[in-house]
Design a protein around this ligand. Sequence first.
Ligand SMILES: [Fe+2]
Length: 171
Amino acid sequence: MATGQKNRMFRTHVDIPQKKRAQLVTLLNQHVAEALDLYSQVKQAHWNVKGKHFYSIHTLTDTFAAEVIEFVDDLAERATALGGYVHGTVRMAAEATTLPEYPMDLVDDMGHVAALVDRIGHFASSVRSAIDTAEELGDKDTADLYTGISRQVDKRLWFFEAHLQGEGDHE
Ligand SMILES: [Fe+2]
């Protein structure tokens, strides 16, 4: 797809300059891709996890996946509200995501937790930096959306990380 076509913008009465809206839409589309990728990786763990902590990981991954798919919808609809065009299919997400691919052969519960912690940490850091980017582009609403996502992702990161932490893990 030609770049012009891919990044086309629609006219809107939202009073953020077109150039800034276009940058915000690019940012939001990036996180639509990351979040869709994260969603499928969390489900991959949900389906394949085995071990002593099967039930807690199976349940926690489902809770988190439901939240992540809501993030996708919120990010995509903010992009549309700004006059943008959403790139939200699995193939589009696969092309754009920067998350590392999920390992093909994980079985053990703690292996899944470690892989998820890595990827959730990556997503959390990218979302946190998007708060500032949105703010710099003059869009407090998008910054607020990212702030809400960031707070929830940090909380879930804790839920997963707590499985790996213990005495001796002090900073
Ligand atoms: Fe399920």
